[in-house]
Design a protein around this ligand. Sequence first.
Ligand code: HEC
Ligand code: HEC
Ligand code: HEC
Ligand code: HEC
Length: 123
Amino acid sequence: MKKIVMLAALVAFIAISAIAFANPTAPTGELKVTEMMKSNKKPPVMFSHAKHAEAVPDCKTCHHTWDGKANPEKCSKCHTGRKSGKKDNMKNTMHKKCKGCHKELKKAGKKHGPTSCKKCHKK
Ligand code: HEC
Ligand code: HEC
Ligand code: HEC
Ligand code: HEC
């Protein structure tokens, strides 16, 4: 009897661990990157994780505070934009990160993402 209880506990433990330690998966498809800014002066930016998977294989290139275990947090959790006084504005932060990389790759003559406003801020 005791053995069965122990076994059941072990099975339950393994099942829970499998969920807790499962590798986080990047969302696929188009992702609206809108909640970061508190205003909406521009059309939303559609960000495709899928298209960046090959180009930017290291999640930490963008999720720079990620511990590598649980799902990475939203950028907007920390980059609260204009509301946060001295903290960097989300617009500047994202432009640096996103456009910055695209520009560098373009300069280097490599495959790159858009650098013009309309190609990111699609209607
Ligand atoms: C590589 C993609 C990319 C390009 C190119 C880009 N942006 Fe952005 N922009 C973003 C992201 C991401 C955000 C933050 C998320 C959001 O507000 O939708 C943002 C935010 C903004 C915001 C703040 C939005 C708000 O609601 O207050 C403005 C204004 C803006 N961009 C203007 C521009 C202009 C003007 C250009 C061209 C000179 C440009 N962007 C080019 C990605 C881009
Ligand atoms: C080129 C930049 C970039 C790369 C590389 C990247 N991500 Fe993201 N990821 C983002 C952006 C931007 C968001 C939207 C964040 C927001 O809404 O604040 C996001 C959102 C997410 C979310 C949803 C978070 C939430 O709470 O909604 C998960 C999960 C995630 N990414 C996982 C990953 C994993 C795992 C990898 C590596 C395989 C990865 N990402 C690589 C930029 C990136
Ligand atoms: C847990 C909080 C946290 C999360 C989540 C987070 N950041 Fe940051 N980020 C910071 C802090 C704090 C700084 C300033 C100190 C530093 O450079 O590390 C920063 C700095 C930056 C900078 C440099 C800013 C500059 O002006 O040079 C960029 C770019 C950036 N973050 C982009 C992102 C993106 C993109 C995401 C989401 C994919 C993200 N961050 C998620 C806390 C966070
Ligand atoms: C470290 C480099 C890097 C960073 C950071 C990066 N990108 Fe890109 N991006 C690329 C490359 C390379 C491509 C071309 C991929 C391809 O064509 O397969 C691309 C393509 C794109 C495209 C065109 C493909 C599509 O989805 O239709 C968009 C839009 C885009 N990026 C938006 C963003 C936004 C928004 C961010 C910031 C959240 C970002 N990128 C951050 C390298 C980067």
